[in-house]
Design a binder for this molecule. Structure first.
Ligand code: BG6
Length: 608
């Protein structure tokens, strides 16, 4: 996620901005820049890569001297990481920084180009600088309000005008932005950590509100121009800096679990803006030649692939093989005409997955990639890349990236089914409608009441050593990811088992009190799964049933139940995995584990 900092006061802005950007590095970024009112204009310095690259540039060119400025760390969305695509962006008298995604930037860009404007970057952000400059005829607030009125999507904007050297302007919709209030100095920032060493007092800017900052005062306006400062609560940050970087959560993993309603929105929504006809059309223009998909990935990304297989085979009747990348790359895989390799990777840098991609390309096989990090190696080397837009994922154990990978795979399943006519338009509409409800349904699994249930169930795991998760079909795949979570963060040995297979050997391990999570979201298989659950219960297993609301009522084949909001069976894995992630998180916390940095693990294994 991008980071924004702004300063107006008596100190050198460049120092304050660089310090603030350093506090926002945790948000993940691939380039950075600052703009400072210096001499008789706005001086911009920006560089691809880490903040140290920008430091170097400032050393080489000399730091801009001035006391008003804005800074930005960029998490690339539109346009590869590069100097030109870094923020701040300028046009005419306007210089600005942006966090968010301008969904209609292409049409806005085309209309600006038709008026003779030329662009110096591939970003969506630069379009806003053009728009504000277009509307600016002396009234900066009016120009900003009119410009953002034409913008669809999310934004947090820090704006400077060349002919107003003592003021900063800030406005937001959906992306975070706060206004820090100091003594003789004021700030804007994406998050509290950036300003905490200067002030703990801040305003939250709400939608349809504009903040105007000078060093002496902060004024907040509504979009009708009314001064609403007196109505706004001046907040006080009581976080310590470390806590603040987690947005107040005790761990990044929990923060990222709770981000999933928003990240699923970003993974799903853009594919349906042009109805069913536009699904993945930009990323994957033609699927007609596909006879088989070979999904290749590691870890949780591979588990996402298992769920993708369930959905694609069920909806589109396209055969899907799912391969562990480290196996695939040495198996001399049999690939041929009509095969497409799909590489799934959050980081886009996992060595085994990258090697698998290169092996497939070496055999002339088309490669699709489903990736989070924009401009990463896998994203760049694949023939077609679909980004999941989950933002930087800091916790080693993936959560939000996993559910967004699965959401994109479901979108691909729907696209393939439509292209093959294996679903009717009505059926596809039904599924699409339910897909768009997933953020809301996942939010329902994260209410305080539900969290308390997961905490209670997790506390039962304190003295346990072995743990089982059983399910059939898609529920088995959910179990694979659930067991990965439990192992990764709580160090409990956990095995995911196809429910029907348990009796062929492993059930010998089920004795009194052995915990067993039973997942039963696919109603077409529930009868069979229940018989397997009863086999576990009969041997003393402690069963936690994960199922749709209502299924558990009046039944006695389980000890505890996690009931889920209901949607299409096909989509239930995304709803089911979030409680299991949270359950794993609290199990780890109660076992005193280092949740965000589990022993022996790396966020991305870029070596073999
Ligand atoms: C592991 C991570 O190292 O790599 C897992 O700990 C991840 O969380 C796996 O699923 C694959 O990583 P990536 O970045 O290719 O999805």
């Amino acid at each position: 996620m991008c980071g924004i900092v702004g300063y107006t006061g008596d100190k050198q802005a460049a120092d304050i901005l660089m310090e603030g950007l350093g506090k926002l590095e945790y948000r993940g970024y691939d380039s950075a820049g600052i703009a400072v009112f210096s001499g008789d204009g706005i001086r911009v310095e920006k560089a691809k890569g880490r903040l140290s690259n920008l430091e170097e540039r400032l050393k080489k060119n000399g730091k801009p001297v001035g006391t008003v400025g804005i800074g930005h760390t960029r998490w690339a969305t539109h346009g590869e990481p590069s100097d030109a695509n870094s923020h701040p962006h300028s046009h005419g008298r306007v210089t600005l920084v942006h966090n968010g995604i301008i969904e209609n930037y292409l049409s806005l860009k085309q209309s600006m180009e038709s008026m003779g404007n030329t662009f110096s970057s591939e970003t969506d952000t630069e379009v806003v600088a053009h728009l504000i400059d277009y509307y600016y005829s002396g009234d900066p607030a009016d120009a900003i309000i009119r410009a953002v009125g034409r913008v669809e999507g999310s934004y947090a904007l820090g704006v400077m005008f060349e002919d107003i050297p003592d003021k900063l302007f800030a406005v937001r919709k959906d992306s975070p932005l706060i206004v820090g209030v100091g003594e003789g100095e004021n700030f804007i920032a994406s998050d509290v950590p950036a300003i905490l060493s200067h002030t703990r007092r801040y305003y939250l800017i709400d939608q349809q509100e504009l903040a105007v900052l000078t060093k002496e005062r902060v004024t907040l306006y509504d979009f009708s121009g009314n001064d609403i400062t007196a109505e706004k609560e001046l907040m006080t940050a009581d976080w310590d800096v470390e806590a603040a970087e987690k947005g107040g959560y005790p761990h990044f993993m929990l923060k990222e679990i709770h981000e999933q309603p928003q990240t699923l929105e970003r993974a799903i929504q853009p594919h349906f803006v042009n109805g069913l006809g536009g699904i993945l059309k930009e990323e994957i223009p033609d699927t007609s030649g596909i006879r088989r998909l070979v999904i290749v990935a590691c870890g949780s990304a591979m588990n996402a692939g298992l769920l993708g297989k369930c959905a694609i085979e069920r909806l589109a009747r396209v055969p899907v093989d799912v391969c562990i990348a480290s196996e695939f790359r040495y198996a001399n895989p049999i690939l041929g005409e009509g095969d497409v390799v799909v590489v799934i990777s959050q980081s886009g840098e996992t060595a085994d997955s990258l090697a698998a991609l290169r092996l497939a390309k070496g055999k002339g096989i088309p490669v699709y990639a489903i990736v989070n990090v924009v401009g990463s190696s896998i994203a760049r080397e694949a023939d077609h890349t679909v980004y999941i837009w989950a933002g930087p994922e800091i916790a080693v154990a993936t959560t939000k990236a996993f559910t967004s990978q699965v959401a994109v795979l479901y979108t691909l399943a729907l696209r393939l089914a439509l292209d093959r006519g294996t679903v009717s338009a009505e059926r596809a509409e039904e599924i699409a409608k339910e897909m768009k409800r997933l953020p809301e349904l996942v939010a329902k699994t994260l209410t305080d009441e539900k969290i308390a249930l997961y905490q209670r169930l997790a506390s039962l795991n304190r003295g346990k050593h072995d743990f089982f998760i059983i399910g059939r079909g898609q529920d088995y795949a959910v179990g694979c990811e659930g067991s990965m979570k439990i192992k990764e963060v709580s160090y409990l040995h956990c095995e995911s088992y196809a429910a029907g297979e348990l009796k062929h050997g492993t059930i010998s391990l089920i004795t009194e009190g052995v915990p067993c999570l039973a997942i039963a979201t696919d109603r077409s298989l529930v009868e069979k799964t229940v018989s397997n659950i009863k086999e576990v219960k009969a041997r003393g297993g402690q069963v936690v049933l994960v199922c749709p609301e209502g299924m558990a009522q009046g039944q006695d084949f389980y000890d505890y139940a996690i009931e889920l909001p209901q949607t299409e069976d096909l989509l239930m894995p995304i709803v089911a995995i979030v409680p299991i992630q949270t359950y794993a998180y609290y199990t780890a916390v109660y076992r005193g584990c280092d949740v965000d940095k589990p022993r022996n693990l790396a966020k991305s294994v870029t070596v073999e």
